[in-house]
Design a protein around this ligand. Structure first.
Ligand code: PEP
Ligand code: MN
Length: 300
């Protein structure tokens, strides 16, 4: 018998369902996490939170500490962004997913995050895995861009071996010889992972594609192969985004994608509920008054 903490020892072992501030990841729900790549400011974050919530997202993503390939570009607003994320949660009720890059920031990030994201570049940063393993906060562990499925599972094992059993795995595309997409979404990894582990598995179609136009197709594929949810980048004006604009969906594109995914999820035996359509004008009210509790009642 496989005694690893991540292992699904028998085919009948139930999948783990994580409960994050009232939201479930795993089980019958298909859970969508959405928001900007980076928190660029208060208003854009509050707008994004209100609009992704109105389209059916259940958690809000937003980077405060950003891993960037070049040291000369925007690297996140840091602690100020964490405060904005806390405000967005207060305004919308959406739990927060945000990345921890450096164990020295763990207290700061853990004070706000409902889910701590460990990015692809840090999947095998074993001291960082140990640090989040010692906390009780759920961890979203992204697959390294050149990591095998086994290496991803062993990275999760590091977190669990330190005592934190609340781990969500994320397939976000791997490096291949193909250049038409930023990464290659390893769609097979999802059914492989679902067989090998009891942990929830979600897909990041945004970093896999690197192109907004491909995101809905990859998201649909994720539903079809049995993923437990998605993490998707959405921006009020992708053309001016300070990071990952090319792969970020507009609010309208996100809303449309969610409308298409909902019946698909149902056909696959999963639940993806979209709040009732907003009355005419309410969407604009949301945009203008994002952050004001009264404005949010229209999509409650
Ligand atoms: C991100 O989620 O914005 C990110 C940097 O993702 P990854 O670690 O998968 O590249
Ligand atoms: Mn990004």
């Amino acid at each position: 018998m496989d005694t690893r903490l991540t292992a699904r020892s028998t085919p009948t072992q139930p999948a783990t369902v994580l409960r994050i501030a009232g939201e479930a990841i795993g089980g019958p729900a298909f859970t969508v996490i959405a928001g900007p790549c980076s928190v660029e400011g208060r208003e854009m974050l509050l707008q994004s939170a209100a609009l992704v919530r109105a389209s059916g997202a259940r958690l809000l993503r937003g980077g405060a500490f950003k891993p960037r390939t070049s040291p000369y570009v925007f690297r996140g607003l840091g602690a100020a962004a964490l405060e904005m994320l806390a405000e967005a949660r207060e305004a919308t009720g959406l739990p927060i997913v945000t990345e921890l890059m450096d164990a020295r920031d763990i207290d700061l990030v853990d004070a706000v995050a409902d889910v701590i994201q460990i990015g692809a570049r840090n999947m095998q940063n074993f001291s960082l895995l140990a640090a989040v393993g010692e906390r009780g906060t759920p961890v979203l562990l992204k697959r390294g861009m050149s990591a095998t499925v086994t290496e991803l599972l062993l990275a999760a094992e590091h977190i669990m071996a330190h005592g934190n059993s609340q781990v969500i795995l994320c397939e976000r595309g791997i490096r291949t010889f193909e250049t038409s997409t930023r990464n290659t979404l390893d769609i097979s990894a999802i059914p492989v992972l679902k067989r090998e582990t009891h942990l929830p598995v979600i897909v990041d179609p945004s970093h896999a594609a690197g192109r907004a136009d491909l995101v809905p197709a990859l998201a649909a594929a994720a539903v079809a192969v049995g993923a437990d949810g998605l993490i998707v980048e959405v921006h009020p004006d992708p053309a001016t985004a300070l990071s990952d604009g090319a792969q970020s969906l507009t609010f309208d594109a996100f809303a449309e994608m969610m409308r298409v995914l909902s019946p698909l999820a149902e056909a696959c035996g999963r639940q993806l509920e979209i709040p009732v359509a907003l009355p005419l004008g309410a969407r604009d009210a949301l945009l203008v008054e994002a952050g004001a509790p009264a404005a949010l009642r229209v999509c409650a």
